[in-house]
Each structure stands twice: as structure tokens, then as C-alpha cells.
Design a protein around this ligand. Structure first.
Ligand SMILES: C[S@@+](CC[C@H](N)C(=O)[O-])C[C@H]1O[C@@H](n2cnc3c(N)ncnc32)[C@H](O)[C@@H]1O
Length: 257
């Protein structure tokens, strides 16, 4: 994404301390203080122009959201999106449960304390297609190890991408770090036709181009893993019960006939 910073943009951002954080390490371990409550925190790493994070923040007031990007101009655009998202609901001002953090994700360990986050979104992260740049991919094991520290016991990573190469790389990374994957789709919008999915800017663009979107959710925390295992066991027993019922019906049908 090519961006030319406007003159005076830094001053504009500095004038929004209730929304914008410019010192990456300022709230490490203190995000509860920033939001003034202890609701769970979901972070989008590389939020771009911020459509996804601002819409999520107005739709989910019981969660706090942080959008991270490294460019002033994107932080400014995301702040406008946040105002618009509230206006659409007839509300004024910035969402009280949203923060925009201008920071380089390379320094993520300085931004969040262990267990401070509940969810990390990796939406259409830069694919870095050359293998010599693989370490820069946000799903590289060196990042996953840091995410596992800052995520809490319910922690999950939700990834979407159009890049098949990045997706395959990511699935291998999750397996390498022994994380449990779920809800994998190679064509999300074919598999789940829903009106309520919040799309990112890149996602809308790729959908218009007819490209399939790949999605994977990754379970990191112990409680999330336990809930996932229970859901899987429940599903299996429902399927087994249904199978028994079908066999019973088939038997009755044969004996009657
Ligand atoms: C391809 S865009 C995707 C934007 C958005 N998530 C979407 O789906 O529309 C990737 C974004 O990640 C940001 N980004 C990439 N590497 C980053 C880093 N190391 N630190 C902070 N932001 C980064 C870029 O500035 C860009 O806005």
C-alpha cells in the first residue's frame, strides 16, 4: 500500500488521545486502564484503513478492539471510518471500545503483556511471497510464539487471506507450533453464505475479483481448547445418534416391506 503522509497529520493524531495511541509501549499491561473496563480485547494486526475493526467495535460493545498499523495516514483514515460507523447507528463520537495503535508489529511483545488479549485477527496480511522473506509473514512461528504469550486462556487467532501460498505456509506454522486449527475453509464465501460477516477492505476487493477467500481459526488458550474439544465430542455424538436413528428407520422399513 503506497501512502503519502499529509502535512500536520501527526498533530491531528496527537489531538485524539481517547482513540489513537502513538507510543507503542505506553499501555503494555494497562489496556484495561485505557478502556476503563476489563472486557476482552480483540486486536487486528495490520488493520489498513480500518473498516473491519471500526464496524466490529460498533457491533460488539462488550468487546474492546485495537487496530494496529504502522502508518499515520492509515490511522487517520481508520479514525474517520470509526466516526462514520457510529454515525450510521445514529451515535456521535468515537466508539468508546476502540483504540488505534500506530506501531510496528515486529515489536508486539512490547505492546501487550502476557495474557492481555483474547483474540488476534490476521486479515489479508502481506503475503511476502519470496521464501527469503518468510520470516516477515505474520503467521511465521516466531510471531506465533509471541502471540501464544500475549493471548489469554480463551485465546484464538482468526486468519483470512486470498493468498494460497500464505495460507499453506500458515497452516504449516500452526501445526509446527502445535496449535489446534478449526473452521478451515478454502472458499469462505461459498461455504458460509451470511449477511452478517464484516468484510475488510481487501476482502471486498478480492470478492469482486471472484477470488476465493481462505479462512482458518486457531485455538491457542487452554479454555478455548477445552471448549473446542467439547464441541467436537458433542458433534460426534449427535452424528452417531443420527446414524443409529437412520439405521433403525431403515430396519423397520425393511421388516415392514
Ligand atoms: C494488505 S493490508 C490488509 C489491510 C486490512 N487488514 C484489510 O484486510 O483490508 C496489510 C496491512 O498491514 C500493515 N502492516 C504490514 N506489516 C506491518 C507491520 N510490521 N507493522 C504494522 N503494520 C503492518 C500494512 O501497513 C497494511 O495496512
Amino acid at each position: 500500500m503506497r501512502l503519502r503522509g499529509r502535512k500536520g497529520i501527526r498533530e491531528e493524531l496527537e489531538a485524539l488521545p481517547q482513540l489513537v495511541v502513538l507510543d507503542a509501549a505506553e499501555y503494555k499491561g494497562k489496556w484495561k486502564e485505557f478502556f476503563g473496563n476489563d472486557k476482552p480485547i480483540h486486536v487486528e494486526l495490520g488493520m489498513g484503513k480500518g473498516r473491519f475493526i471500526s464496524q466490529h467495535s460498533v457491533l460488539n460493545p462488550d468487546v474492546n478492539f485495537i487496530g494496529v498499523d504502522m502508518y499515520d495516514e492509515l490511522i487517520r483514515r481508520a479514525s474517520e471510518k470509526a466516526l462514520l460507523a457510529r454515525e450510521e447507528l445514529g451515535l456521535e463520537g468515537y466508539p468508546p471500545n476502540l483504540a488505534l495503535l500506530r506501531a510496528n508489529i515486529e515489536g508486539i511483545a512490547d505492546m501487550f503483556a502476557p495474557g492481555e488479549l483474547e483474540r488476534i485477527y490476521l486479515n489479508f496480511s502481506d503475503p511476502w511471497p519470496k521464501s527469503k522473506h518468510a520470516r516477515r509473514r505474520l503467521s511465521h512461528p516466531r510471531f506465533l510464539e509471541q502471540y501464544a504469550v500475549i493471548l489469554n486462556e480463551n485465546g484464538e487467532i482468526h486468519q483470512k487471506t486470498d493468498s494460497r501460498t500464505l495460507f499453506e505456509f500458515s497452516l504449516n506454522s500452526y501445526a509446527e507450533v502445535e496449535l489446534q486449527m478449526k473452521n478451515i475453509s478454502l472458499d469462505l464465501h461459498r461455504d458460509e453464505v451470511r449477511d452478517d460477516l464484516v468484510l475488510t477492505e481487501y476482502e471486498s476487493k478480492f470478492i469482486k475479483q471472484g477470488l476465493p477467500i481462505h479462512r482458518c481459526e486457531v485455538v491457542v488458550g487452554e479454555a478455548a481448547l477445552a471448549a473446542y474439544r467439547k464441541e467436537k465430542a458433542d458433534r460426534r455424538s449427535r452424528e452417531a445418534a443420527k446414524e443409529r436413528e437412520d439405521m433403525e428407520k431403515a430396519k423397520q422399513h425393511t421388516s415392514q416391506g
